[in-house]
Each structure stands twice: as C-alpha cells, then as structure tokens.
Design a protein around this ligand. Sequence first.
Ligand code: MLT
Ligand code: ZN
Length: 469
Amino acid sequence: MDAGLRERLLGIVGPQGLVDDAAAERYLTDERNRYHGRAAAVVLPGSTRELAAVMALCHAADVGMVPQGGNTGYCGGATPNASGEEVLIVLSRLNRVRAVDPLSGTITVEAGVVLADAQRAAAEHGLLLPLSMGSEGSCQIGGNLSTNAGGLAVLRYGTARELVLGLEVVLPDGRIWDGLTALRKDNTGYDLKQLFLGAEGTLGIISAAVLKLFPMPAARETAWLAVRDLEAACALLRLARQVVGDVVTSFEYVTRPSLELALAAMSRLRDPLDAAYEHYVLLECSASGATGALGEAVSGLFESALEAGLAEDGVIAATGVHRAALWALRENVPAGEKAAGGSVKHDVSVAIARLPELAARAAAAVAAVAPAARLSVYGHIGDGNLHFNVLAPAGADPEAFRAAHGEAVSAAVHGAAAALAGSFSAEHGVGQLKRDLLAATESSLALEIMRGIKHVLDPKGVMNPGKVL
Ligand code: MLT
Ligand code: ZN
C-alpha cells in the first residue's frame, strides 16, 4: 500500500474514523477466533458519502476492501487476510435509523444499526421487525443482510432477504446505487437488490436498507416439549400448523446433549421438566389482532401431541419471564458449546421431511470417522435447518480433536446433507471457511454465472477478496 493512502483515508473520515493500531485487534479476529487478519487500515466511515469516498480511493489504488458489521459471523467473511494490505471497512458508525413509516410498515436503517436497536425503533411505533437471533444485541443490519441471516422466526417471516424492500449500496468503485425504495410491488427489470443480499460484501457494500415491519403480536404462546424423536418433532410441526395455523412463529429443536451444554455453562438455567428426555421442541406461536383463542389452541395442540405419542412431556410458559427462561435454554446452546471448548460446527439444511434421515445419516457418517466424538444437534427444524455440531470425546483436548478430525467430520456431515439434496450453508454463509466447499460442490454453470456477476460489478476483484468465490 502506498504510504499516502492512510493519510488520504484520514482526510476522508477524520481521526474519529480511523482506528489506531492498538485498537485494531478486536476487528481483526473473527467471532470464533479462527481467523486472525491484518489490515493496512481499519476505517469507520461516518456516512454513505464517506464510505463511497473511501471505496473510490481504495478502488483507484487497487486495494482490497473487507466490510465488517458486528463481527459476529461464523465463516470468517469479515476478517481480512494476513497480508496487511487490505483495508477493513467497519460500518458501525453508519448507525442511524433514518425513518419509520408506520402506515407503509417500513423502517429505513443504515448498515451499522445494531439489530436489537432496529427492533426497538420499530417497537416504539407498535411494530415488529421480526428478524431475531442470539447475536441481536451486537450483530448489525448490514451484516444480517449481507449474509442473508436466518435466526429464530424464519418459519413465519422468512430469512433476512425476505424482509428487504430496498437497498442503498456503494459499488466497489465508489458509485452509490440508490435502490432505497419502499415499494412492495415493483417489476421493473431485474431485482438488483437480490444480488447484494447474501453476497457477503463481495459485490459492494450495503449502506442502508428499507425493511418490512409487521403488526406487533399481542399474544404469544411458548411451549417447551419433550418429543419422542426427530421424526415425532417433524410430525408435531405438521400438526401445529394444522391446528394452530400460520401463527406458528418458531419451531426449534434441541437434543439432550445440547441442552446439557447450555445448562452446564449457565448456572441460572434450569431444566424445566422433571425427567430427562433425548429430544425437545421449542414452539412459539404469536398473533396480533384477534388473539383470544391462541392459548386454547396451543394447549389443545399439546394435548393432541401427548395423545398421539408425539410428545412425552412439556410445559407452556405461564409468564413473560417463564417464556424468556425457555428461550434461554435454546439460545444458550452455542454458548454452552463454546464453554465446553468449542465444536466443529455445521449449518446444514434439507427439505423438512428429510430431517430425520439427515440426522441418522450424519450421525452414522461421523461415527465412522470419529467414533468417540460427542454430538450437539439442534436447530431450526421449522426451516429444515440443523446445526449438527461435533465435539471432542469427553476428556479429549477440543483443539487437538478439531485439528485431527475436523475436516473428516465436516466432510461426513456435508456428505450426508448433499446425499439428500441439502445445503452445507443454510444461514451462516460461506465466507472464507466454506469457499472451497462452494467451488467443489456447486455446478459449473452456477459458478460461471456467479463469477460473471462478480466480474460485472467488481472487475478488479477488490471487494472482499477470497470470500465466497
Ligand atoms: C443458532 O441457531 O443458535 C445460531 O445459528 C448460532 C449457532 O449455530 O451457533
Ligand atoms: Zn442457527
């Protein structure tokens, strides 16, 4: 990098927008502590204009740019490489909620707005921003959209992509594409925003978005149910949608080992049931408007599930505090794994009907390569998405286990998903972690199209180099 570039960056963003070396470290390591990058500069632009000027400068100088939001991703998509030549562009100062329009049901937010802050801004108007996930206190909208994040309410409201009406994007050369429309219907040509959603910053940087809002639920019913097995859990999902209808908002799955990891890590958590079971479902239904019958419908579902032998036990949250305690069981599974030394994580998806077969195949395939490994299987079965995570055998060193068996274990799990026409990345993205996997498994035609799009938007290859493609 030429020595003057840092000076010129400083001229654009001012001292508050350029991180000094001592403070840069937190931006250069990823959430899972797998990737440790270096950067020529860590820049925090304070507006879309500053962002555009930074990008135009880097583009002209052929300097690679790595965008970063809340740095909560799992695939190293926001960590620069080790060369020290890339510029890391952190979006956290683009943190204004530009507008809430209650009649149109939209919120316009900048990329660096923390997801929980965007939810709060919507709630102040009695509206729901349904994107929701464990990291919502620190992840940012720009990262959510760039990775097409999933989370805990996809079943009802879709992934991040489905919540977007419009985008403002800065292209690699610094031009600003103003696609910040709030139109719910717009069939004028290609839907360009879709290119940037899930592109992990390889085509440009999302600087702002218009998102859809929904009526705030007035009633919520949350149940923690012990189910016979994963097959019963899937049958229960079908029954729930038949009995309670489209207000089933979340349908999460937790196996006993995952629950135990969460319980062991968080002393405030309690197993809500008297006996131990191998499989659990966390079900939430929510309704706005006419809500009277929701409680009855969920109790009726619970009874039917017991009668049909799908559920073996369970509890329905009686208060908001009780509901939060049930959700904490599910949401603390990743923290439980981390506290146990970490896992070989997976994020596979198949058609919902194939989930039991996926779990069985993956378990057999892992046992064949790492017979003593422990499993922690949980996830969003309402979305056909399992986190089929693999931990070191009890007493073994987690890091040594991952180094020795991580690759074979992942190949086993991904092979099981592929055999069932599934995906190796349901909601966590590709980043640098799964880039080679994408190249190895995607069809040559799909890769050709992706590379063609990349070439049109980023012919110099300066946008988040080495990620996704
Ligand atoms: C979750 O479902 O909890 C998240 O995707 C995080 C994780 O898998 O660790
Ligand atoms: Zn997940």
